[in-house]
Design a protein around this ligand. Structure first.
Ligand code: BTN
Length: 230
């Protein structure tokens, strides 16, 4: 991953740019990064803030992406956190792909694309050395950063691409085992559009298993559920 690698000083959204490149034939592994995003995109139509020079904004073009792509991305981010977090906090993953340190979000992951055409763009925003004051007030309290040293930005990118390559290569069984070991939701109460229950782990297809009050099991797809802050 990372050949070619295109860096922008300022751009609307690296995911938007990578999608343009993907439709015009950019090869697997093309990486778009930006020092600053002026229209960064989050999940469910939300905005994503990339404070210049202190957060990573990375998008990767992937041909024939695996079904568990976003789980692999979350594991890759967790590896970077293990390597670089100053406070040595153990990362947990809030399904499907929020990576948390002490219950606060250190990264966001957004996969977009056209699976029928066999490609996806995987976007990762990672707070490497972010000053919380640079984040919007509504997310400030729920966000965290790995360090306070902007010099670690480049190393974070190298580690992230290396870890992502590794997790995209492992089999589903190993990937799921590693993901389950970081499951932040297990045993927690969950509300979703169809009711409420208790998180009961991750199914083999990457969906969230919920046990309802009546003992039934429900499987939720990403996007169906809005989980509050942990
Ligand atoms: C989330 O809502 O948690 C997902 C946030 C994803 C942000 C990243 S930053 C790089 C890439 N470009 C974007 O516009 N979004 C993703």
């Amino acid at each position: 991953l990372g050949h070619p690698r295109l860096h922008h000083r300022s751009i609307g959204s690296t995911n938007a740019r990578a999608q343009e490149l993907a439709v015009t034939g950019a090869p697997h592994g093309t990486v778009v990064t930006a020092r600053e995003q002026t229209a960064g995109r989050g999940r469910q139509g939300r905005a994503w803030t990339t404070p210049p020079g202190t957060a990573l904004a990375v998008s990767v073009v992937l041909r024939d992406p695996p079904p568990l792509l976003t789980l692999a991305a979350a594991l890759a981010v967790a590896d970077v956190a293990v390597a670089l977090d100053r406070e040595r906090r153990e990362p947990a993953i809030k399904w499907p792909n929020d990576v948390l340190l002490d219950g606060r979000k250190v990264a966001g992951i957004l996969a977009e694309g056209r699976l029928q055409e066999g490609w996806a763009v995987l976007g990762i925003g990672l707070n490497v050395a972010v000053d919380p004051a640079a984040l919007p007030p509504e997310v400030r309290e729920r966000a965290t950063t790995l360090s306070r040293d902007p010099a670690e930005l480049e190393r974070a990118l190298e580690l992230l691409l290396e870890a992502l390559g590794r997790w995209l290569d492992v089999g589903d069984e190993d990937l799921l085992a590693a993901y389950r070991a970081r499951d932040a939701l297990l045993g927690r109460p969950i509300d979703w559009s169809g009711g409420h229950g208790t998180a009961a782990g991750i199914a083999d297809d990457g969906r969230l298993r919920i046990r309802t009050g009546t003992g039934d099991e429900v499987l939720l797809d990403a996007g169906e559920v809005h989980l509050g802050a942990l």
